[in-house]
Design a protein around this ligand. Sequence first.
Ligand code: IMP
Length: 190
Amino acid sequence: MAETRRLRLALVTGNKHKLREAQEILSPYGIDLYMAGPEKIEIQADSLSKIAMVAARHAWESLGKPLIVDDSGLFIEALNGFPGPYSRYVYDTLGVDGILKLLEGEENRHACFKTAVALVLPPLEMVFEGKTCGTITTRPKGSSGFGFDPIFVPEGCSRTYAEMTVSEKNKVSHRAKAMKTLGSFIKSMF
Ligand code: IMP
């Protein structure tokens, strides 16, 4: 029987939803993802890739094992890309309702979710990106997922991320696109 090589990779996060989404994507590429501390550090910067890579290098210092860090953000056109790289802070302070309030009466509901996944697999250090655009709803819909999922409808869909199963979200999501690029890259190397 042919031996299948699998790579164990740590996802540095405390977010079990991110882990579940990424596990489902990466498993067919021969990657077994597990959740690991330490708590991801988050610098303030204008680029998700930079935030993810700084956090990944920092995590490597204490973990010393192959790892990835996922940094994501919601970029709303009518707000000139806000909250973007500040999405975590804005989610924690204003939440979903705060974003809907900022967009009250606004006709332009266009927004994009972006993910940067930083990989540290010495000597390799790389970042993989994914982006999905869509619209912001006028009220929250759905109860699955996390974060801004209840207010984001991806292009070509009629439901929010929070009205989808993990597998459905993975067919279209920003995170899935970044993780698939990472998966293909790793598969081509091993
Ligand atoms: P993080 O810094 O990558 O953890 O994400 C920044 C913020 O964006 C978090 O507070 C999440 O609530 C939100 N976020 C990240 N990814 C997603 C997603 O896939 N769906 C909905 N919200 C997300």
